[in-house]
Design a protein around this ligand. Structure first.
Ligand code: SF4
Length: 322
């Protein structure tokens, strides 16, 4: 098995950006899928004269999870966070997001599924740089593409995150085209906007209309299961961009059986250890919607716990966003 590789992240450009910050020692943080790149990248940065105090080795899923503790521990003066755009304003952090290219012509595969003449365009940060070219292809097919400017947790035009669909909600078009892999984000877009959503995988050219119906049926069943719980753990994340202490406190006040539990990594083992009959997730929203299968008991979204407690009607269901 190959264990070593050269970094595919351009170290020269990154070194120049680090130098411009005036930092003298940096900590490097890199998402799980790119961890094999970390050591070669550090070696390449060293060759460029950059002092790297450490690589932050804990799991990293987004820029909601900055390794500020590693910076403090090592006495570094800059965190270099690779792979994501910022979700909030942070001093002392340099974000190096990594664009992933595809052939914009692939969007023609989605045209037969679009009603036109106007469609909203959304994508993830990796592909946000190609939305103008995607819009040009749609224009050649007589469809006007609308792209919302970046805002809040999603600073790139048209960007959506599993915890923020603000750039989809800002659209006026009656239907939305999501360009990216998987169905988690487009289903979230559908729940957040209530509009017709078509998802296009830019690598395979597969296009499909998505529906939140199955997910909602599963969530309804989980709420019913959670009603049997004798206690509820309200999970409060300690990650930098996931912590919602006011929300956790408000939810805990809804039930005498609820207790706030702080967690960094939300795992089945911790759920079993604490022994609650159900948990409520105020950490990354994706944990409840996408990872329930990993957990031994129901993990409800905040709005679902409100339904269980009778302070929100099922008809007022909303997707959880930070
Ligand atoms: S909270 Fe979840 S969806 Fe949002 S940036 Fe973090 S990992 Fe991604």
């Amino acid at each position: 098995m190959k264990t070593e590789s050269m970094s595919s992240i351009p170290a020269g450009n990154l070194a120049e950006r680090i130098r411009r910050t005036g930092a003298s020692r940096v900590v490097l943080q890199i998402p799980d899928g790119l961890k094999r790149e970390a050591v070669p990248l550090v070696l390449a940065l060293r060759a460029e004269g950059i002092a790297v105090a450490a690589i932050a080795g804990d799991p990293c899923y987004g820029s909601c999870d900055l390794a500020l503790d590693a910076v403090a521990l090592t006495g570094a003066d800059l965190l270099v966070h690779i792979g994501h755009a910022p979700v909030d304003e942070r001093k002392g952090v340099l974000f190096e997001h990594l664009p992933f290219d595809f052939d914009p012509a692939v969007v023609a595969a989605a045209v037969p599924l679009l009603g036109g003449p106007a469609v909203g365009l959304v994508t993830t940060v990796q592909h946000a740089h190609l939305l103008d070219e995607v819009a040009a292809v749609l224009a050649a097919h007589g469809i006007v593409a609308e792209v919302a400017p970046g805002s809040g947790r999603t600073p790139f035009p048209g960007q959506v995150l599993g915890c923020s669909y603000a750039n989809a909600r800002a659209l006026l078009a009656p239907e939305i085209l999501y360009v990216g892999t998987g169905v988690f984000h487009p289903i979230g877009v559908q729940m957040a906007t209530g509009r017709r959503v078509v998802a296009l995988d830019p690598y395979t050219g597969d296009a499909q209309e998505v529906s939140a119906d199955r997910l909602l049926r599963r969530r309804f069943a989980l709420i019913e299961r959670a009603r049997e719980a004798e206690s509820f753990g309200i999970i409060l994340s300690t990650r930098s961009g996931q912590a919602r202490p006011a929300l956790a406190e408000r939810l805990a006040a809804l039930s005498e059986k609820a207790v706030v539990i702080t967690m960094r990594e939300v795992t089945a083992a911790e759920m079993i250890n604490f022994g609650c009959g159900a948990y409520v997730n105020t950490a990354c929203p994706r944990l409840a919607y996408d990872d329930q299968v990993r957990f031994p008991v129901p993990l409800l979204a905040p709005q679902e716990f409100e339904i269980l407690c009778g302070v929100r009607a099922w008809e007022e269901y909303e997707v959880d966003e930070i």
